[in-house]
Design a protein around this ligand. Structure first.
Ligand SMILES: C[C@@](CO)(OP(=O)(O)O)[C@H](O)COP(=O)(O)OP(=O)(O)OC[C@H]1O[C@@H](n2ccc(N)nc2=O)[C@H](O)[C@@H]1O
Ligand SMILES: Nc1ncnc2c1ncn2[C@@H]1O[C@H](COP(=O)(O)OP(=O)(O)O)[C@@H](O)[C@H]1O
Length: 319
């Protein structure tokens, strides 16, 4: 039998969550073009999935699954080496003795360029899937190290739950939060570029002559509120330094926040660099009702909860 005839394809399927930044403090622009941050990440129940299938032919290929809930015709996702999942597979192939070719089929559910780390979730899922597919045997710490080379948000999607992120956002400390909080994600039909939002914040601060200090840590009240699932206390301490820059680039976000708050949200915040708006609800029933109200206003709105676990294998099949 030929070598190709003996090849047994295998598919490892991994799901990884999107995130909301419940708190995001941003320091001044650094010489390397980045900003030091202090962030509280919350992984929420909106998941990307990556199915990694070994191929007899070498190389990495990518497709988007028809199971995706996003309108794939309306989004701009590179399917070549610019895709974060491709980069993750390439980095894993470099450190794996038994790497093969791989096809990655991505199920997109997290809004693209939405401030929820969808591409980062694809990268985290791919790291874990390739590690299993190629029996690379990397520890969670080694995977987290590779994740931080791919992007500031990638390590968190691997870890999941609730965590404080310092440095670029990739120096993570898990935080205890057994209770759930309930949110409505109001998803825009456009994206915002993360670098452009950071640049806009620098410009706004420069014009005001504001010298922002380096973020030193996060408000302990945020962690206490998350620990107990205390939405009311959490609503008083949500903060995102990037929000004003996202609103500067997309003023309609101010209206979205206002509509949410006047229809039962106890607070609202732009997630990360936006434009997704995360509205905090009292409980799951209030979140469902709020999502329906936002839909009546013509918004795409999804009720989610968090924290949820980070990237994990959901199936491993020999074909
Ligand atoms: C704003 C945040 C909040 O969690 O998330 P998103 O809104 O993108 O989801 C993150 O800081 C984004 O993380 P991520 O999207 O992984 O960023 P990267 O790919 O590492 O960097 C993209 C660009 O964002 C800017 N950047 C990112 C992280 C950081 N701490 N400082 C920065 O200035 C830089 O201009 C960088 O070139
Ligand atoms: N797997 C991927 N999914 C989505 N976008 C990707 C992916 N790989 C690269 N990109 C590019 O990265 C940009 C931002 O991606 P995304 O992670 O969705 O947003 P955000 O950084 O706001 O959370 C997209 O506009 C797209 O051009």
């Amino acid at each position: 039998m030929s070598a190709a005839g003996r090849f047994a394809a295998r598919t490892v399927r991994v799901k990884a969550p999107g995130k909301v930044n419940v708190s995001l403090a941003v320091g001044p622009l650094r010489p390397d073009g980045y900003h030091s941050v202090a962030s509280v990440y919350l992984a929420v129940s909106l998941y990307e999935e990556v199915a990694a299938t070994s191929t007899a032919a070498p190389g990495i290929s990518i497709s988007l699954s028809p199971e995706s809930t996003l309108d794939l015709d309306a989004v701009d996702i590179p399917l070549d080496s610019n895709n974060l999942a491709y980069k993750a597979a390439a980095i894993m192939a470099d450190v794996s003795e038994h790497a093969t070719g791989v096809h990655l089929e991505i199920t997109k559910r997290v809004p693209v360029a939405g401030g929820m780390g969808g591409g980062s979730a694809d990268a985290a899922a791919t790291l874990l899937a390739c590690d299993a597919l190629w029996n690379s045997g990397l520890s969670r710490e080694e995977l987290a190290h590779l994740a931080s080379e791919l992007g500031a948000d990638v390590p968190f999607s691997l870890l999941g739950g609730t965590a404080v992120g310092l440095g670029l956002g990739d120096e993570l400390s898990p935080a205890l939060a057994k209770a759930q909080t309930h949110w409505v994600l109001v998803v825009a039909d456009y994206g915002l570029s993360t670098p452009e939002v950071y640049r806009t914040l620098d410009r706004l601060r420069g014009a005001e002559g504001i010298e922002s200090g380096e973020p030193t840590g996060v408000d302990p009240r945020i962690l206490a509120a998350l620990r107990g699932g205390d939405a009311e206390s959490l609503s008083r301490v949500l903060v995102n330094d990037l929000q004003r820059a996202s609103i500067e680039l997309s003023p309609a976000l101010r209206d979205t926040l206002g509509i949410g708050e006047s229809h039962g949200a106890i607070a609202g915040i732009v997630s990360g660099s936006g434009p997704t708006v995360a509205l905090l609800a009292d409980d799951s029933i209030a979140a469902e009702a709020l999502a329906e109200d936002m839909q009546r206003y013509g918004h795409t709105a999804l009720a989610v909860h968090g924290p949820v676990p980070g990237a994990r294998i959901i199936s491993d099949t020999l074909l």
